[in-house]
Design a binder for this molecule. Structure first.
Ligand code: ATP
Length: 270
């Protein structure tokens, strides 16, 4: 049962600890407080290794927190989060299947007839600008095209929540921006709750309704939460030219910079 006003994702006092060799534990995230409203786009930014993916994995139900609660649309999460679609940084396409088959497979596994799944997959490939590429195998696609297939693969299942872990990380700067605009177009048409992990503060501000900053680990916490009031629809090329964008970037960077420096000092890199 869904509570109508409940947040899509709600992490309350979430602590995640990993067991290390020799019986030691490493507390990656400590008492994190995070909620994503239905239809809201939230970006998590923080220094490398601070626990961004860890939080996303908790929201996906892939990791069980040592303490705290995880609620999805008001219900405690037990096991995998079946309301969520997950887009990783690395490609998760089957190399032996065509683009069309890769997109259709989620529906087939969920019980759709093969022809129906293929027809819907073709529509989704068209929505991500790859209508003519359905017969290609992943190795015959560029990195950006593979990301488009990955996006279609997630969206075809119509998840209520989309979890994205640096999805455009491996792409060149121009392709990242094009993918960002594509994501915004698709998201605006049918707003889902999005939790988007990135190390790129500009990308976070350009895309999100809220930007959440995590502190340097260990025992990383959420130390800042900014609302992005830049008007929508946004073009992420143009939004970066706006005065408000620069102001917000400067303000958030004051906090983020300190954490990034701590991380590098801990690693002995500076
Ligand atoms: N299975 C594990 N066992 C032990 N430590 C882990 C495990 N998974 C993650 N960690 C540690 O937890 C911390 C958080 O990792 P996580 O991958 O969430 O960071 P991140 O912020 O996503 O990093 P990046 O930006 O570099 O991708 C890191 O210090 C990492 O080494």
């Amino acid at each position: 049962m869904t509570t109508p006003t409940a947040a899509a994702v709600s992490l309350d006092g979430t602590t995640v600890a990993f067991r290390l060799a020799g019986g030691r534990t490493y507390t990656a995230v400590e008492t994190a407080q995070l909620s994503v409203a239905d239809g809201e786009f939230v970006a998590i930014v923080g220094p490398t290794g601070c626990g961004k993916s860890t939080l996303l994995n908790v929201a996906a139900g892939l990791l069980k927190p040592a303490a705290g609660s995880v609620r999805i649309f008001g219900q405690p999460l037990a096991g995998l989060n079946h309301d969520a679609g997950y887009l990783f940084q690395a490609d998760a396409l089957f190399p032996w299947k065509t683009a069309l088959e890769n997109v259709a497979i989620g529906l087939e596994v969920a019980g759709s007839a093969r022809a129906d799944a293929a027809a819907k997959a073709q529509q989704w490939l068209a929505s991500v600008g790859l209508g003519a590429f359905g017969n290609r195998y992943p190795h015959m696609l560029s990195g950006g095209q593979r990301k488009r297939v990955g996006l279609a693969q997630v969206l075809i299942r119509n998840p209520r929540i989309i979890l994205m872990d640096e999805p455009f990380g491996p792409l060149d700067a121009q392709t990242r921006q094009i993918m960002g605009n594509l994501l915004l177009d698709l998201w605006s048409a049918d707003r889902k709750a999005v939790l988007f992990v990135t190390h790129d503060l500009e990308e976070a501000i350009a895309l999100a309704d809220r930007v959440v900053i995590m502190s340097a680990g260990p025992a990383s916490r959420i130390i800042g939460d900014w609302r992005v009031t830049l008007p929508r629809p946004r073009d992420i090329f143009e939004v970066r030219m706006k005065h408000e964008f620069h102001e917000l970037h400067r303000e958030i960077w004051q906090t983020l910079k300190t954490e990034v420096e701590k991380t590098y000092k801990q690693a002995g890199a500076v």
